[in-house]
Ligand binder design. Structure first.
Ligand code: ZN
Length: 245
């Protein structure tokens, strides 16, 4: 069986940025494992708040386990870094200054799991999130034998351009509509973040949008090194969208 490891900075990144892809891979027979650097302790509490600040990490861990179940994943582990609170002017911070230690911990985890492929944040941290960029760089430094892909690359029809990594071209653009219900269920698992998911898009649309309305039905992958197993590529190819140009 193929093993896929998705490495993300915060609970919910796995769903919002590559949930459909992970669900399709799981359905294709891959064992999908998730490694999350933090428990999202610095994130939102929900509207209205669903827990106290000091309980948020514990709550978000459970939310993430619910989401990964919905996506068909087999395990969730945490590196136990603490997610710093969002700054007063919405600045987003990395969760550690010790790049070498993070890389070593990732390397140890990857060596133990032996995944065929690793999927992680893009080189621009999607919208420039410092914790996403840090995770990307450390994973790139840590992966030695597995194939390595990044999610949310840029492509002309990207459904959420703000989430696209400008410097990563898409090698694969996937129509994830057959896994969309699983992605929606996973997004609802992240209850503390549900208001956040729709806020920016609702503001832009001038009306309150629902979670299914804001989730991407098309996802992409950028290949950094190596290749997925042929059989998984064949499965993903069946969902490939034709790229214009
Ligand atoms: Zn994140």
């Amino acid at each position: 069986m193929n093993k896929i490891l998705a490495v993300v900075a915060h609970p919910d990144d796995e769903t919002i940025l590559c949930g459909g892809t992970l669900a399709l891979l799981a359905r294709a027979g891959a064992a999908v494992h998730i490694l999350c650097a933090t428990r999202g302790e610095g994130g939102e509490l929900g509207e209205p708040p669903l827990c106290a600040r000091e309980d948020l990490g514990r709550v978000r861990e459970q939310e993430m386990r619910c989401a990964v179940d919905a996506l068909g994943g087999v395990s969730v582990e945490f590196l136990n870094y603490i997610d710093p609170a969002v700054g007063e002017n919405e600045e987003l911070h990395p969760y550690t200054d010790d790049f070498d230690e993070l890389t070593q911990r990732l390397r140890d985890h990857i060596q133990q799991l032996c995944p065929d492929a690793v999927i992680t944040h893009g080189s621009n941290g999607e919208y420039g999130h410092a914790a996403h960029v840090l995770t990307h760089r450390a994973v790139v430094a840590a992966v030695e034998h597995a194939a390595l892909y990044t999610f949310s690359p840029s492509f002309p029809e990207h459904p959420r351009p703000r989430l696209a990594n400008a410097d990563d071209h898409a090698d694969l653009i996937l129509d994830i509509s057959t896994a969309f219900e699983q992605k929606v269920a996973a997004a609802y698992c992240h209850r503390t973040q549900n208001a956040l998911f729709v806020r920016r898009s609702s503001k832009r649309a001038g009306r309150q949008l629902s979670i299914p309305e804001v989730l991407m039905k098309v996802e992409g992958l950028h290949r950094v090194i190596g290749l997925l197993d042929d059989r998984l590529v064949d499965v993903l190819e069946t969902f490939r969208l034709k790229v214009a140009g």
